[in-house]
Design a protein around this ligand. Structure first.
Ligand code: PEP
Ligand code: MG
Length: 848
């Protein structure tokens, strides 16, 4: 391609030029929108960098495109995430179609107000049809608005430009991509796709055959019912159409933020077969007239009396006043509903469950839902009527889908829809006069109903609608309420006050139980509750064996909430922070500030007397990061994952290490590398920690250790122990790598047992090697929380057990009942056994 002529673009703002690659937003940094430059501005009137025509002015007035006579499209985007400000603080000086001269004011903005509300004021100037440019010459240093040249473009030759123009004009359609998600584009991947699509100014659609859906709308995507293996094209029209189609198609091909393997696993296939079912399976019927069946939604037993819950109808007038009045009413109700959801979210301690309500908040901004409502208002309907039509239309559409997971989301749309409708109609949510010991029966409960159940009175519930994957079921599990979904409709006919036993684990509701049955269940519950109460009361006593050995009992956590819960339940610290929670389920990498904040918060919650083991990022392979595209691997579990990925991405790794190190003054900080297989990896990772520690001038004694998850490391433990301060055995991975059995394989689940003698011998080797060098060894894999395995691990010589948070009191109580000498005898015997079954049998006997 030969350059035919140059085009100089003036700085649109005064300020410091920043390379586009350094913009902390992958959409710009990875040039998904186009190539160009960014400016850290000191002025607040955006000037046109070039003469041309305004071909696009975003309705939020934070972005504008000028097309030059040569056909070059210059997009200027003020700030990051400024679209959220919806125009607040921006005032446009031009309109679409205007012809402008270089240096002419385009948009004025309130720099102070915008920088307070937005993520950054960095302003990007990029060429959305970059294929028209042969070479970009980017300026540097401080530039003056309308005076200094910030970017020089060497344009491609006329002929190639013409070809390029022809290919980018009008609609752009991607190559077909196959959807790799086992359950298709359900709510979460749909949200990831919509969020990415929303970063583009072009319209973006997903097209399957002759159907299509607005890619910026979660409900529209879900309504398309995209299944595993479906062929989708991404169609975009607008100034950044090519980049939009490319980015969205790539995101879909990579799984839209979900873990997807190249080959669909048998478990997923089974699930798929279930979700693809054309007709819902007939509800299970029991042969016993006293038993009604459904599916298990949340385990546990509850004995109580029936209380029927019926949803109240919310009446609204069809005709509205004037459109402006009704629109304002709708906007105000949407805003109020957003606040209510914010409060509800803050009341749920489990962050992943709070996300259900975060998704509801997103529905309040869904463009397709709003479009239907606003159209209704424009045609003379009231805000309430128009909104009800909008959400009911979508909820009914989803409910009719074949895919159970998507159909289940209809309930979420109705929930959030009714929340807004109640505000518009001015009706309060009816208070339920729930009696004591109530078992609720309902056609359906919404996630909001479930989250606000009175746990003092409600012992369990059963709904005719929903399934195990519904949000109601997820909430019930997190609230620890036994529950059944999809119960036989006859349950709706049971009279209030009928005595029942609800078995959430089996999914059965037994009416008229005999007194003996009730008494037996009550007795078991009382026993269980008494034991739990005793363990809780003693939760803060030290876990010291009867012969005086302290076995440290610490927590496996995923974030701050669990750190706090762990301390409350007597945890002596944290033995494993799975730091990947910070990185997954988001469109861009967490910033250094965000990371520093979270590690420091957790360290402070633990305090200087407690151990805090941070495992560095353990992703890659089977857990891809959407913003760190990796080539597909045939064997992801044997690929670039764990520390291998961090060493391949040293910048990302260093950001994490620096953030973790800053938490050193607030707790006994330990840094731990996952998936270490060779001494070289340990040395390289340690060198990075040492360099960053020196650069930050941190003098605290930060211990640096490794996870033992790969057989080579267990076998070589004595050599590793010379260079690592501690070990923590990840038995989940150690088992899969020792036995060559995928840890998630449904058919191998029973055989992939961490109590296999092969694995146990490797644990023993690890302990021996570590102790020979005076280093401690913990176990943070699942068997540390398994009461059967605990005596054996203590007998083998493990110094620390890192367990799931709820298990802390019972494992501590168990340690206090054991003698290490007895455990050692048991271990010596068990290590001579040949099979996992023999080991389990022997341990069962030991437990009596
Ligand atoms: C393990 O492999 O045992 C472990 C604790 O790590 P994860 O389960 O996070 O892979
Ligand atoms: Mg692991």
């Amino acid at each position: 391609m030969t350059a035919s002529h140059r085009l100089e673009l003036l700085a649109p703002l005064s300020g410091l030029l920043v390379p586009i690659e350094q913009v902390p937003d992958p959409v710009f940094a990875q040039k998904m929108v186009g190539d160009g430059v960014s400016i850290d501005p000191t002025s607040n009137v955006l000037l046109s960098p070039v003469a041309g025509k305004i071909t696009q002015l975003h309705s939020a007035r934070h972005a504008v495109t000028i097309t030059t006579v040569e056909g070059i499209e210059v997009l200027i985007h003020i700030g990051l995430d400024t679209v959220m400000l919806k125009g607040d603080g921006f005032s446009a000086k031009v309109k679409e179609g205007d012809t402008v001269a270089a240096g002419q004011p385009l948009i004025e903005f309130d720099g102070d107000a915008v920088s307070r509300k937005a993520r950054s004021l960095l302003t990007q100037m990029v060429i959305t049809n970059s294929d028209r440019v042969a070479r970009f010459v980017v300026g540097n240093g401080f530039v003056r608005a309308g005076q200094t040249v910030a970017l020089t473009l060497e344009l491609a030759s006329a002929q190639s430009a013409a070809t390029a123009a022809a290919s980018t004009e009008g609609d752009v359609q991607s190559e077909p991509v196959r959807v790799p998600n086992p359950t298709g584009l359900h709510a979460r991947p749909a949200a990831v796709v919509a969020n990415l699509a929303k970063t583009f100014t072009s319209t973006v659609k997903l097209v399957r055959g002759d159907e299509n859906a607005n890619a910026k709308s979660v409900v529209a995507i879900m309504g398309l019912e995209v299944q595993y293996g479906d062929e989708i094209r991404v169609k975009a029209a607008g100034p950044d159409a090519a980049a939009a189609a490319k980015a969205v198609a790539e995101m879909i091909a990579q799984g839209s933020g979900e873990e997807v393997g190249g080959v669909i696993s048998p478990a997923a296939q089974k699930h798929l077969a279930k979700t693809k079912r054309a007709v819902p399976a007939a509800k299970p019927k029991s042969g016993d007239p006293n038993v009604l069946l459904g599916v298990s939604a949340s385990p546990g037993l509850a004995v109580g009396q029936i209380f029927q819950v019926r949803q109240e109808a919310i009446e609204v007038a069809e005709q509205g006043r004037d459109a402006q009045f009704e629109r304002a009413k709708l906007d105000a109700a949407l805003k109020d509903a957003g606040h209510q959801l914010e409060v509800l979210k803050s009341e749920i301690t489990d962050a992943s469950k709070a996300e259900i309500f975060a998704a509801h908040q997103e529905l309040l901004e869904d463009p397709d839902l709003l479009d239907i409502a606003i159209n209704g208002i424009s045609s003379g309907k009231s805000a309430g009527f128009a909104w009800k039509t909008a959400f009911s239309t979508y909820a009914d559409k989803l409910a009719a889908l074949k895919n159970e997971v998507l159909a289940g989301r209809a309930n979420d749309i109705r929930d959030v829809g009714r929340r807004v409708l109640r505000i518009i109609a001015g009706v309060k949510e009816a208070e339920l006069a729930v009696p004591d010991n109530a078992i609720l029966i309902a056609e359906d409960l919404t996630p909001s109903d479930t989250a606000s159940l009175d746990r003092e009175k409600v012992l369990g519930f059963a709904t005719v609608g929903g399934g195990a994957t519904s949000h109601v079921a997820i909430l019930a599990r997190s609230l620890n309420i036994p529950a059944i979904c999809g119960i036989d409709e006859d349950a709706l006919q049971l009279a209030n006050g009928t005595a029942v036993i609800l078995d959430g684990s089996k999914g059965s509701l037994r009416k008229n139980p005999s007194d003996a049955e009730v008494a037996q269940i009550r007795e078991a519950q009382v026993k269980q509750a008494k034991l739990r109460a005793e363990e809780l009361a003693a939760a803060h006593q030290a876990p010291v064996t009867t012969d005086g050995h302290h076995i440290e009992v610490v927590a496996n956590i995923g974030g701050l909430d669990e750190a706090k819960q762990g301390v409350e339940l007597g945890g002596e610290g944290v033995g494993l922070l799975r730091s990947e929670f910070l990185y997954l389920d988001r469109a861009d990498a967490p910033t250094e500030e965000e990371q520093t904040q979270i590690y420091t918060d957790i360290a402070k919650a633990l305090g200087t007397e407690r151990t805090f083991v941070v495992r560095t990022l353990d992703v890659g392979g089977d857990k891809p990061l959407p913003y760190l595209p990796q080539p597909a691997e045939e064997n992801p579990f044997l690929g670039v994952r764990g520390v291998r990925l961090c060493l391949a991405e040293p910048e990302m790794f260093r950001v994490q290490i620096r953030s973790v190190l800053r938490a050193a003054p607030f707790s006994k900080l330990h840094i731990m590398f996952p998936m270490i297989a060779t001494l070289d990896e340990l040395r390289a990772a340690k060198a990075i920690v040492a360099e960053e520690k020196a650069a930050l001038n941190i003098s605290a004694d930060v211990k640096v250790g490794i996870m033992v998850e790969v057989p080579s490391t267990a076998v070589m433990s004595e050599l590793f122990a010379k260079e690592a301060d501690f070990f923590s055995i990840g038995t989940n991975d150690l088992t899969q790598y020792t036995l060559a059995m995928d840890r998630g394989h449904p058919k191998l689940a029973k055989q992939a047992d961490a109590l296999n003698p092969g694995v146990l011998r490797l644990i023993a080797m690890t302990v021996k090697g570590a102790h020979a060098q005076g280093k401690w060894v913990g176990v943070c894999g699942g068997i540390a929380s398994d009461p059967q395995a605990v005596p054996l691990l203590i007998g083998i010589g493990v110094d620390e057990l890192s367990v799931s948070v709820p298990a802390i009191p019972s494992i501590k109580a168990m340690v206090r009942r054991l003698s290490k000498a007895d455990c050692q005898k048991l271990a010596a015997e068990v290590l001579q056994l040949g099979t996992a079954a023999e080991v389990r049998e022997r341990l069962g006997k030991a437990a009596g």
